[in-house]
Write a protein that binds this ligand. Structure first.
Ligand code: DQA
Length: 156
């Protein structure tokens, strides 16, 4: 199994940005733990980050099965879309295409977006994701990986 973790905008600043919301761990340290968690489960985890909306869309396309125009490189995807979760129709459409193609896409957020500002309550992407995990800090990613693999393995 191969799993892709995508971090969206501003998550490259983890550890420096608003630690009360997002914790003090850097993105590099988090990614190392996600790769390790995958190894413990016999799964290859690849982590990518971009601040660019189009890059996130293209990575989702790449992960699509070959039968749906992708490279079939991944069995499941975990995405923290950052602020694009609340604004991006393009990313939402890419989520829909992937889920409809049978590729599990689990959306994760470090903070509990439901307890924050009104504009964070609307999850354009989360509404069409396979599922959403929010508010568990870095555990959101670990739980997201577990959920995505269960969906890919049909052990949910
Ligand atoms: C976030 C929540 C978003 O509202 C915010 O824009 C982020 C981080 C989270 O992980 O809690 O950049 O996705």
């Amino acid at each position: 199994m191969k799993l892709l973790v995508i971090h969206g905008p501003n998550l490259d600043l983890l550890g420096h940005r608003d630690p009360a919301q997002y914790g003090s761990e850097t993105l590099a340290a988090l990614d190392a733990r996600l790769v390790e968690a995958g190894q413990a489960r016999g799964v290859e985890v690849a982590c990518r980050q971009s601040n660019l909306e189009g890059a996130l869309v293209e990575w989702l396309h790449e992960a699509l099965p070959a039968s749906h125009g992708g490279e079939g490189a991944f069995d499941a995807v975990v995405v923290n879309p950052g602020g694009y979760a609340h604004t991006s129709v393009a990313l939402r459409d890419a989520f829909s295409v992937a889920v409809e193609a049978g590729l599990p896409v689990v959306e994760v957020h470090l903070s509990n977006v439901h307890g924050r500002e009104d504009f964070r309550q609307r999850l354009l992407t989360g509404a069409v994701a396979s599922g959403v995990i929010t508010g568990m800090g870095s555990a959101s990613y670990l739980l997201g990986i577990e959920a995505a693999l269960r969906l890919a393995e049909h052990t949910d």
